[in-house]
Each structure stands twice: as structure tokens, then as C-alpha cells.
Design a protein around this ligand. Structure first.
Ligand code: UTP
Length: 282
């Protein structure tokens, strides 16, 4: 299965940090966010990782290109661990397609249509990290159990945040799996069919690409993926896998990016005790 990683957005919420540096290249603990996402796609056994990039965000491609001179100079200085880290980033196999203007997530995904062809494919948002790499394998299991249907990840959100997200409605089948019957974008709490928000990982059938080809701009003037998923739901079954709040970290806003750094630092065996003491001492 191919994996598509959209990373061509404007990162408006991080300006001015993202004036030159892409949001997906911001450091999270010890590497750029996008590196975690590529590593997760590869850990899931994807045959190809397709990054949807903007032509202005060259540093993403530079990060995944080999840097033999830098690596050699680090080795010459006895800095083998850094040389290994540089070699690792430059060895991750990534291919690129371009979104020429940031017309929305749905538009970005459609830019990879020729790559994904007539096979189901994963989508991993480029600003969402799954530290345990455990969501895509579960989604693949559910996809297979239900005859190749589309599967999305959903995460419970507190009541006061329901109106900020795409929320699903449907039937709880048990074992953390729902059959999706409705997708509602940013509902009022009283209209929300559940508190399960769509969360950054999707396994979709190729039909969604045909629907995206016909999609019109909607919320915010952008071509939204949720609209085409809603159209897909009118034709095909869709399932949702419920993930725990700690299983995935959204780094897409300043608050959640700060939180993701703290969570990953606390989980790190080397950094964790020091950061914990530091926070306790504040
Ligand atoms: P976001 O909405 O979080 O990213 O999209 P954004 O548009 O860069 O953020 P703001 O609103 O301007 O602050 C989720 C993912 O989809 C990509 C983004 O790069 C991000 O990784 N995306 C979004 C695209 O590739 N193209 C788009 O047109 C929009």
C-alpha cells in the first residue's frame, strides 16, 4: 500500500516561524516533525511514501537527501552518532509530488492520484505524530476484516473542543471500532453525534480520488477532504478506529506543538527525568 503525506500547507498559525521554515520541519524533541511521519509510514510497510510538497518548501527535500560531505566530516571528527543520524535521515525513501497552490487538504491529496492509482492508500497528515507507530497497523486489520472498506482514525475530544473538529456519528461495534454513518464538520456540541474527532490518519479506497477530482471549495474557500469522505460514505462503507489521546500528537498549533515536545521529552529515557525535575521545580 502507498502512503501519502500532505505537507504543502502554509503553516499560517506558526508565522513568523514558518515564513522560511516549513511547519513540518519544526523540531519536535530531536528531529523534524515530518521525519517521524515518514518513519511511521515506512514502519507500516508502505511500498512508497509520497510526500505532497509545495515548490517553496525545499528544506523538506534537502532533509531527506543524502549529505555525504557532512557525514564524512562528522565521522572524521569522531562524531559517529551525529553522522549516523544524518545518514539515516538521508536514507529514508521518499518521492514527491507538488501542490502548486495551497487550495486545501482535499486538493493536496488529489495531487497524488496518479501515484496511488486504483489501490487503497494511507494518508498521514504531515503535522501529526504517532509515537508508537501503532495506528496504521490496526486500521489495516479493520480494513481487511471489513472487505477492504475505508478506515479512519478518530480520537475522543473534551466537550468544549467538539466544535473545533470533524466529528463522526455511527454505531459502536465494540473493540474500539465504529461503523461510520455521518461526518459533521465543526458541529455545535448539542448537534454533535459523538465526541470522536477525525484524527490525522486515513486508509481510503481509490474512489475518493475520483470524488476529489469533482470537489468544489467549501469551508474557508478550500477543497476539504472531509467533503469527499462524506460523498464516499454515501456510496461505500467506512469504519473508524478509536485511538487514545496519548497515541497521537497533533503538532499543528503552537499549544499542541509545545505539548507534543513535552510529552516526547518526558517519554525519552535520557531526557525524561531531567525534564520532569525541571517542570516540577518551576
Ligand atoms: P493544516 O490545516 O494543519 O496545515 O493541514 P496548514 O494549512 O499548513 O495550517 P494553517 O491553517 O495554515 O496554520 C494539515 C496538513 O495538510 C497539509 C499541511 O501541510 C499539513 O501537513 N496541507 C494543508 C497541504 O498539503 N495542502 C493544503 O492546501 C492544506
Amino acid at each position: 500500500m502507498k502512503a501519502v503525506i500532505p505537507a504543502a500547507g502554509m503553516g499560517t498559525r506558526f508565522l513568523p516561524a514558518t515564513k522560511v521554515q516549513p511547519k513540518e520541519m519544526l523540531l519536535v524533541k530531536d528531529r523534524p516533525c515530518i521525519q517521524y511521519v515518514v518513519e511511521e509510514a515506512l514502519a507500516a510497510g508502505s511500498d512508497e511514501v509520497v510526500l505532497i510538497n509545495s515548490r517553496d518548501k525545499k528544506s523538506i527535500e534537502q532533509h531527506f537527501a543524502p549529505s555525504p560531505a557532512l557525514e564524512r566530516s562528522l565521522r572524521d571528527k569522531g562524531k559517529a552518532a551525529y553522522a549516523d543520524a544524518v545518514a539515516h535521515a538521508g536514507s529514508l525513501p521518499v518521492s514527491y509530488v507538488y501542490q502548486d497552490a495551497p487550495l486545501g487538504l482535499g486538493h493536496a491529496i488529489h495531487c497524488a492520484a496518479e501515484k496511488t492509482g486504483d489501490e487503497p492508500f494511507y494518508i498521514l497528515l504531515g503535522d501529526v505524530i504517532v509515537p508508537g507507530n501503532d495506528i496504521l497497523p490496526r486500521m489495516l486489520e479493520v480494513h481487511r476484516e471489513h472487505g477492504g472498506a475505508s478506515v479512519i482514525a478518530v480520537m475522543p475530544v473534551p466537550d468544549d473542543q467538539v466544535s473545533r473538529f470533524g466529528i463522526i456519528g455511527g454505531v459502536d461495534l465494540g473493540d474500539g471500532v465504529w461503523k461510520v454513518e455521518r461526518l459533521v464538520e465543526k458541529p455545535k456540541l448539542e448537534d454533535a453525534p459523538s465526541n470522536l474527532s477525525i484524527f490525522g490518519r486515513y486508509l481510503l479506497t481509490p474512489r475518493v480520488m475520483e470524488l476529489l477530482a469533482q470537489a468544489k471549495p467549501s469551508v474557508g474557500g478550500e477543497i476539504q477532504l472531509t467533503d469527499s469522505m462524506d460523498a464516499l460514505l454515501q456510496e461505500q462503507e467506512m469504519y473508524a478506529v478509536v485511538v487514545e489521546p496519548g497515541q497521537g500528537l497533533d503538532t499543528g498549533t503552537i499549544e499542541t506543538w509545545l505539548e507534543a515536545n513535552i510529552v516526547l521529552a518526558l517519554q525519552d529515557p535520557q531526557l525524561g527525568p531531567r525534564i520532569k525535575d525541571f517542570l516540577a521545580g518551576l
